[in-house]
Design a binder for this molecule. Sequence first.
Ligand code: GCW
Length: 575
Amino acid sequence: MSYAEDGSRLWLRGEMSKDITQKIDPNMPDDDGYRISGSTITARTEMGLLYGRYAYLRGEQGESHPFYKLRILNHWDNLDGSIERGYAGKSIFWNNRLEIDHQLIEQYAEANASIGINGTVLNNVNASPKMLTRAYINKVKEVADILRPWGIRVYLSVNFGTPKALGETKTADPLDPQVKKWWKNKAKEIYKDIPDFGGFLVKANSEGQPGPFDYGRTHADGANMLADALKPYGGIVMWRSFVYGAKHQGEDRVKQAVSEFAELDGQFRDNVILQSKNGPLDFQPREPYAPIFDQMKKTPQMAELQITQEYLGQSWHLVYLAPMWKEFFSFVKPSKLVGIAGVANIGLDKNWCGHHFSQANWYAFGRLAWNPELSSREIAEEWVKQTFDSKAEANPKLIGMMLRSREACVDYMMPLGLHHIFKFDHHMGPQPDGYIARYPIEWCPVYYHRANGDSIGVDRTHTGTNATSQYPEPYCSLYDDINTCPERYLLWFHRVPWTRRMNSGRTLWEEMQWRYNQGVREVEDYIRIWQEARQQIDEQRWKEVNDRLQRQLKDAKEWRDVCLGYFGKLQENKR
Ligand code: GCW
């Protein structure tokens, strides 16, 4: 079927061959893995057979087992249908009519099953208390019933203040007996309808959300109270470490999660998992890995990756994210984690993700959750093969463009360790002079680059905020010393004079100009590659991607011109 006939087309699904043989083998390892030999698929479970059938379609042979038990999408979908940081239309789950589109949810389920995703959080971490009211639980049940045959469990984000906000308790203090009882009853109510409900995801005491800290309690007190309510049913709590501006207000923002959570290590119930973003700040195009993954020794942890490209050009830029996630895994061993979550980029748009190439990020997330050893190239090749016609598959330049695209984005948005110089609120485009007095300073670009006529960057070494001390060796020393710190993190960890010589022989200022220009050149190259591929792609998708590449080029130039203009001015003013 061509894309034009079926606008909802994702990667290859559903077209199962009739001559495969399927066998259940109870002696296989105890998970949903599969073995494919010729056209025979063997698995221990029915789900294993389903996964095996998709693997067969991809052309896989041999045995494969899921690396993580928890392979979960996080939807930041609000109950009114809007999506926080969503760039592909409205929510596929929620609308003011409380109507679930069964056919659409089934398509979503199949796409996820085909890449091994087995859990989904249906609502925004900035959660509405209404989520846990009867009318909405009925809808969650409806969705859970559609997803179940595809091996996908539902989870919900919960607002920590729910019982109080609904007027059903006087407080939301996690140590209050009425509050504990409320959550126990709520868990019971949910599990009665949804016996395989997965559990709760919680953003507490972060960016204005209520939490245990409001009552002088710790994150452990809060998480454990919810964990106790879910425990009888096998549910888990995924408690997010993305907190700043609360207890450690004023400290370097990138240090605050460790400051807050390290002392609680060992205090969490065994069904609590700490969920942390890959970097210590906030889903920037490049961050060093978050040291919390090393600091928590006793607490099970999950990584939260962002599939939706909040800071990477949203659905306007072609940026293939697998290389970024593989970079994270080169610092945090996959085996350190018990699961992986991805903030979804899915909406009601006909092509699901806004940009056709953004589908590749959803695909890559699922594939890496199943097997973090897969290479970015292997995944890109699989995706191109299943997404476009065979002529496109034979074009190595398309894969090359995808593989280079994350580095190019770093170059035109924030080279050399620069970070968070995005426009306020919507995070699209540059605002290096950004400062608004009524905003928390941690939202202001100037807080992150601190540029003046002499230097740029934040001193996070032992002479500055000492964020480097949160890393174990060898990274602590490596990052702390300006002479050994990799240039890709230079302005993250160091304050550097514009005149400093870089590895290339250029000064920092010259290098920065070179990088921004290099990013723009890369996007110009994508446009050439895409032009050449015109005959290999159906007209509709070719055109839709081409339009977005033109926008990406315009944006890349804006980043270059605005940032170089601003930083250049600072130096000129000095002279
Ligand atoms: O990246 C920031 C986003 C917020 C988001 C927050 C978080 C859901 O700008 O929109 O809120 O992180 O992860 O909690």
